[in-house]
Design a protein around this ligand. Sequence first.
Ligand SMILES: C[S@@+](CC[C@H](N)C(=O)[O-])C[C@H]1O[C@@H](n2cnc3c(N)ncnc32)[C@H](O)[C@@H]1O
Length: 228
Amino acid sequence: MKKTIEEHAARFDDHATAYDESQDSDEYRAAASLVVKHASHEPDDTVLDLGTGTGAIALALAPDAERVIGRDISAGMMDEARTKAEEVGIDNLALAEGSFREPAVDDPVDVVVSNFAMHHLGNEEKIEAIETIAGLGPRKFVLGDVMLFGEADPDAPFYSPEVDDPATVGMLADALTDAGFSLTTVERVHDQVGVLVAERAAATDDAESTTNEGAARGFGLNGANEEE
Ligand SMILES: C[S@@+](CC[C@H](N)C(=O)[O-])C[C@H]1O[C@@H](n2cnc3c(N)ncnc32)[C@H](O)[C@@H]1O
């Protein structure tokens, strides 16, 4: 981690009121909307948004979820999220201080999302964070972030070496699979921005059995073809 949690929190507190206006890149918007799309939650789901900031993702997901839990280290960023939630009458968003490695979440969560936040952690901390997320038992984790599809290029957008510590996509894929997820989707938004969808092995087993069932049907092994 290039800065301590306290330094990151202070930096985002200072920037909180101007944050939304500053997020005007196509790539940020694309990543945010892909995270929302891939979260594809059910109406009775509890969704956890880590590094929720001013609530871009949490507020988009809340109307179709049972409950959204937002966690962040910056009280200032969450104040902005709270104000926006009140303005639009969203009352199922629970915001409180929490970090990737200590999210302060006791209740079961169905889906975990995070957008443009995990790259502030060093790689060892990202691995711990992914293990912590897996330990919460979600069926899906959707990670949109600054991540490297090729060599790091500090001169390219979305990478400020003094504050950012982006991982390679390969490193994230290994950490997710080591934590028991299957990587089911990789969306490359930019050479240094992507969205990864990781699902629990059980969900993949279901997908595999659907595929096998489909294959079996194709070969007429389960009687489906006989009906045609
Ligand atoms: C670039 S903002 C992204 C906010 C929001 N997810 C979005 O898409 O607009 C990054 C956020 O991550 C938070 N953050 C940084 N390090 C964190 C950590 N270790 N645990 C939780 N949140 C963290 C910051 O306070 C900040 O609100």
